[in-house]
Design a protein around this ligand. Structure first.
Ligand SMILES: CC(=O)N[C@@H]([C@@H](O)[C@H](O)[C@H](O)CO)[C@@H](O)CC(=O)C(=O)O
Length: 230
């Protein structure tokens, strides 16, 4: 089971994937990017290959290399590197999850499959469970982003009993504007000490009031990072 000791909290930068003019990944700037986040913005947690990183537009091999580069360059500088491993293919998602574990990432996150969609909670949970099982020592986060996946199962419904199915479940990345759903997640699962990471930057203040324990965003700054450092 994943160790809960490294709780992911505070500000988490959703990293872009740097590209060259030729459309190749520009691995050479990732080291500078780490330094920029840590030194200039005071951010020591990152979320790689997510929406901002355009992970779903990359090939599996590119996703693996991007993850490796962030983990390598972030070593001894970053606190946590969480890799988004969601994919339409369960096997690809499992491969990426296993790879994240092998390279020493600190957690994995998964969105709902968005083409042939899971229409019930149980179907979605079964998919997530199979991915999580491929990396049984890594904390697992569900990435709830219904506007992009079209999967509108409420997060609060999904969280109900989730640790019975996914023992490594450690939190929710909530990228939706339904603050009632977010508030109910926090309220009903406070005792389980899940990470409640909010992902709509424009509503962050409201989410903080409702109990967000962190935020994953494309707009990160020192001003925001100090929100959690006092
Ligand atoms: C859909 C999207 O890209 N959302 C951003 C937000 O930071 C977003 O850019 C911001 O709220 C502006 O709309 C992050 O939540 C994305 C994110 O965490 C990710 O890259 O996975």
């Amino acid at each position: 089971m994943a160790s809960p000791k490294k709780k992911l909290q505070g500000l988490v930068a959703a990293t872009i994937t740097p590209m060259t003019e030729n459309g190749e990944i520009n691995f050479s700037v990732i080291g500078q990017y780490v330094d920029y986040l840590v030194k200039e913005q005071g951010v020591k947690n990152i979320f790689v290959n997510g929406t901002t990183g355009e992970g779903l537009s990359l090939s599996v091999s590119e996703r693996r290399r991007v993850a490796e580069e962030w983990v390598t360059k972030g070593k001894d500088k970053l606190d946590q590197v969480v890799i988004h491993v969601g994919a339409l293919s369960l096997k690809e998602s499992q491969e990426l999850a296993q790879h994240a574990a092998e390279i020493g990432a600190d957690g994995i996150a998964v969105i709902a499959p968005f083409f042939l969609k899971p229409w019930t909670k149980d179907v979605l949970i079964n998919f997530l469970k199979e991915v999580a099982a491929a990396a049984p020592a890594l904390p697992f986060y569900y990435y709830h982003i219904p506007a992009l996946t079209g999967v509108k199962i409420r997060a609060e419904e999904l969280l109900d009993g989730i640790q019975d199915k996914i023992p490594t479940f450690q939190g929710l990345k909530f990228s939706d504007t339904d603050l009632l759903d977010f508030g109910q997640c926090v309220d009903q699962h406070r005792q389980q000490q899940f990470a409640f990471l909010f992902g709509v930057d424009e509503q962050l203040l409201s989410a903080l009031v409702m109990g967000a324990t962190g935020a994953v965003g494309s707009f990160v700054s020192r001003d925001l990072s100090i929100l959690w450092s006092n």
